[in-house]
Design a binder for this molecule. Structure first.
Ligand code: SAM
Length: 310
């Protein structure tokens, strides 16, 4: 049997994001630039993909406090690439996105026609998310900002917003300052460690927004120190795009494989539940908690939790 063909449409984006019809034009404008065609897998291909995942599951490194040096070296390479490129913003796109030829899409595996499917899908999500929750904010702080490519997009969409890129890597801090200076963005860098949040960083109150994109995932079950730090400072909004163990249904093979990958790597464990507990205790308000049904071969890094401390 020939594997079925599909195309991820604007309607699919609206449904995945839980966006309303008023967001259609913005999503269509970004999505229209890309080809979102894909094929579903034949039974034989799907079996081979699953077998490949099972064979690799035990070979991945674990995240956590021990990886500071590894991140430092990765980001110093990116900073060098940026300088060598003549400060080309395109050089900031992280290499870990779109690295697998098969993706998780709408509850099953799919093989996209274009290798950049994941990068393009994320660009549509990011434009919608930034436009809806962050454009126009007085100050946005991205914690664990990496190459800063999300902040660069926000700087272009909302030039008056003060942007701070925080990370435990000094190379990232220097890179944010260089990007801000070189491109005239309202962007600076600052050192920050999720495990030891800086008590002197003047952050919080209604006009500050915190953002974490695939960054808190790195703390495993040690996210609590950062949540306590946020709760004490009460920013106006916290926008997190982080993988959520809580969203998988471990009784299906498709999700079980993602659970095995997520727990094997010791990714974020309990953040979504913790914020729900805070909401139940009337200490936080959750605006969005959503699985978007999209991910790389191994898991779904694109879940949303948008909330604020009360
Ligand atoms: C997967 S990258 C994501 C980077 C960026 N947010 C993005 O979307 O591309 C994870 C980031 O978290 C940072 N990170 C990991 N552990 C951290 C910690 N304990 N404190 C601060 N940053 C941390 C890493 O240096 C890296 O920049």
């Amino acid at each position: 049997m020939t594997p079925s063909r599909g195309k991820y449409t604007v309607e699919d984006f609206l449904a995945a994001f839980g966006a309303d019809a008023g967001d259609r034009d913005l999503i269509a404008a970004e999505a229209g630039a890309y080809d979102f065609s894909y094929s579903r897998l034949s039974q034989t291909e799907r079996d081979a993909v699953i077998l490949g995942i099972l064979e690799r599951l035990d070979s991945f490194t674990q995240v956590g406090a021990g990886r500071a040096g590894i991140w430092e070296s990765a980001w110093s390479d990116v900073a060098k690439r940026y300088a060598d490129s003549g400060d080309d913003l395109a050089s900031l796109d992280p290499p870990f996105m779109g690295a697998t030829p098969v993706l998780r899409l709408g509850g099953d595996y799919a093989r996209p026609d274009m290798a950049a499917f994941e990068t393009h899908w994320f660009r549509v999500l990011r434009r919608w998310l930034l436009n809806k929750y962050l454009v126009g904010a007085r100050r946005v702080c991205e914690f664990g900002c990496g190459s800063g490519f999300n902040l660069v997009t926000l700087a272009q969409m909302s030039p008056a917003t003060e942007l701070v890129g925080l990370d435990w890597s000094q190379s990232v801090v220097d890179l944010m300052n260089r990007i801000g200076r070189g491109h005239g963005f309202n962007l600076t860098g600052r050192r920050f460690d999720f495990f030891n949040p800086d008590p002197d960083f003047a952050f919080g109150g209604a006009t500050d927004v915190a953002m974490t994109f695939c960054a808190l995932e790195q703390t495993g079950d040690r996210f609590g120190t950062f949540v306590d730090w946020l709760m004490a400072r009460k920013p106006g909004l916290v926008v997190s795009m982080e993988p959520a163990l809580e969203h998988y249904d471990n009784s299906t093979l498709f999700d079980h494989l993602a659970v095995r990958y997520h727990t094997g790597r010791k990714y974020l464990n309990g953040y979504y539940t913790r914020i729900q507990e805070l909401e139940a205790a009337d200490q936080a308000e959750i605006l969005v908690r959503r699985r978007l049904g999209f991910g790389s071969l191994y898991h779904e890094g694109y879940s949303l939790l948008i909330w604020r401390p009360k």
